[in-house]
Design a protein around this ligand. Structure first.
Ligand SMILES: Cc1cc2nc3c(=O)[nH]c(=O)nc-3n(C[C@H](O)[C@H](O)[C@H](O)COP(=O)(O)OP(=O)(O)OC[C@H]3O[C@@H](n4cnc5c(N)ncnc54)[C@H](O)[C@@H]3O)c2cc1C
Length: 409
């Protein structure tokens, strides 16, 4: 049995961050990764460009993790966005910020981010073992025992950084929850988050790829409005996606109704009044021409008319009251019923995980099993799109490492 000071399970951003920051001379650190290469999900991040954090003050990060931002406060303040940017900059990889505040490596390549991390592990003497999946963990002897198909390791400190259960083909297939159970660490229910929505009989499937900036939409359950959102929305062949939908998906269930507003900043009443005025002033115009005054792509404008039972060439002078109220409803509150939020195969992150009330937020150490630490998405943490998840992985990895180093003082 080989002895280490720490074993870290999972070489994603959380595990790499923890191993790097825990590595001090004289300490043996083992980082075990099931895939033949580390960071497979990191490579996919931001469509391969790696949106690794977000611009702005650390306080502004907290609301981007739903109710769980409070738990992350010490981690985010210990290792905030500017510390992460500086970490890469001092290793030769600059960053750039897009118009929405998303921060990327200046090369726009996830592979460059990963290369810095893997190189740093090597320089700090971390033993990174790829293609070595952990199959079992136990804590029977007072120390942790970690079993892989190749060996059994023993160590006083174990860090679980196995990620969530989404995109299982990247390696994060929920093993961490099994390890938590084996060690007596409670895990909450888990569900897909940051996930697209499948819509029942989606009427805009032919417009797959059409996107909208700052679209307003509301979410209704059993006839009651439960949320209002504004964000970028994308039509897919099955339903809705885009950052606005992904961020809202955390609280959306099958059967909920999404009502889309294509009328820009105008609400139902304001749109009705505006439409009436324009129709009166331009009585000889076709309705489709009138609708061009609103931020509705032409193809969609025709579809909305058709779905409202209005011939595309109808002139404003022949616009009936019934047609008018149908069109107003469809433009300002187009109703779509959610067939199902996307499953783990398409969700970008996992909602739920190692229960936060049993983890010390200042060290990421279990309150139940001394020496057991967590970082990254295996925790019950999920952030919005925009770099918040990778930042959380790095920050929790950092603060766990700081907690571990304290044990050795
Ligand atoms: C398509 C996609 C795009 C994304 N884009 C962004 C983005 O632009 N910005 C952002 O902030 N977030 C993004 N995310 C989310 C972000 O990538 C994750 O939240 C983040 O990678 C979580 O880091 P982690 O280290 O906790 O887990 P992971 O990155 O999932 O890493 C966990 C690692 O543990 C390994 N592992 C699991 N089980 C075992 C085992 N039994 N033995 C050994 N190793 C094991 C896995 O193989 C994996 O390498 C994206 C996610 C997806 C799916």
């Amino acid at each position: 049995m080989e002895q280490y000071d720490i074993a870290v399970i999972g070489a994603g951003p959380a595990g790499l961050s923890c191993a790097i920051h825990a590595a001090v001379p004289g300490r043996r650190i083992l980082l075990l990764e099931k895939n033949s290469t580390p960071g497979n999900k990191l490579l996919l991040a931001g469509s391969g460009q790696c949106n690794f954090t977000h611009a702005g003050d650390t306080h502004d990060f907290l609301p981007h993790y739903g109710d769980h931002g409070k738990f992350l406060k010490p981690a985010l303040f210990s290792f905030p966005n500017h510390a992460l940017i500086a970490f890469f900059a001092t290793r030769g990889l600059g960053a750039e910020t897009d118009e929405n505040g998303k921060i990327f490596p200046e090369t726009r390549k996830s592979a460059d981010v990963l290369e810095v991390l893997v190189k740093e592990c090597g320089q700090r003497g971390v033993d990174l073992h790829c293609e070595e999946p952990v199959t079992n963990v136990s804590h029977a002897t007072g120390e942790f025992e970690i079993t892989t198909p190749k060996a059994t390791y023993q160590c006083p400190v174990l860090v679980i950084t196995t990620g969530g259960a989404s995109y299982p083909k990247t390696g994060s297939s929920g093993d961490g929850y099994r390890f938590c159970a084996a060690l007596g660490q409670p895990v909450t229910d888990i569900a897909p988050a940051l996930t697209p929505l499948r819509i029942q009989a989606f009427p805009f499937a032919a417009f797959s790829g059409m996107s909208f900036e700052h679209l307003h939409f509301s979410v209704w359950r059993a006839g009651k409005k439960i949320a209002d959102h504004t964000g970028d929305v994308l039509f897919t062949h099955l339903g809705l996606s885009g950052p606005g939908i992904l961020d809202a998906s955390r609280d959306i269930r099958a059967g909920d109704e999404i009502r889309l507003s294509f009328a820009g900043s105008l609400g139902r009443e304001a749109f009705a009044a505006d439409l009436a005025r324009r129709a009166e002033e331009n009585r000889s115009w076709q309705l489709s021409t009138l609708l061009a005054a609103y931020p509705i792509p032409e193809r969609l404008n025709r579809k909305l008319l058709a779905l409202s039972g209005i011939p595309v060439d109808l002139r404003c002078s022949h616009f009936s009251t019934v047609q008018r109220s149908k069109l107003i409803a469809n433009v300002t509150e187009f109703p779509l019923t959610v067939a199902a939020p996307g499953d783990f195969s398409v969700a970008m992150v996992t909602r739920g995980g190692a229960a936060l009330e049993h983890v010390n937020q200042k060290t990421m150490e279990s309150k139940i099993v001394p020496g057991l630490y967590f970082a990254g998405e295996v925790l019950d943490i999920d952030g919005d799109t925009g770099g918040y998840n990778i930042q959380a992985a790095f920050s929790t990895g950092f603060i766990a490492a700081a907690g571990i180093r304290k044990r050795w003082e």
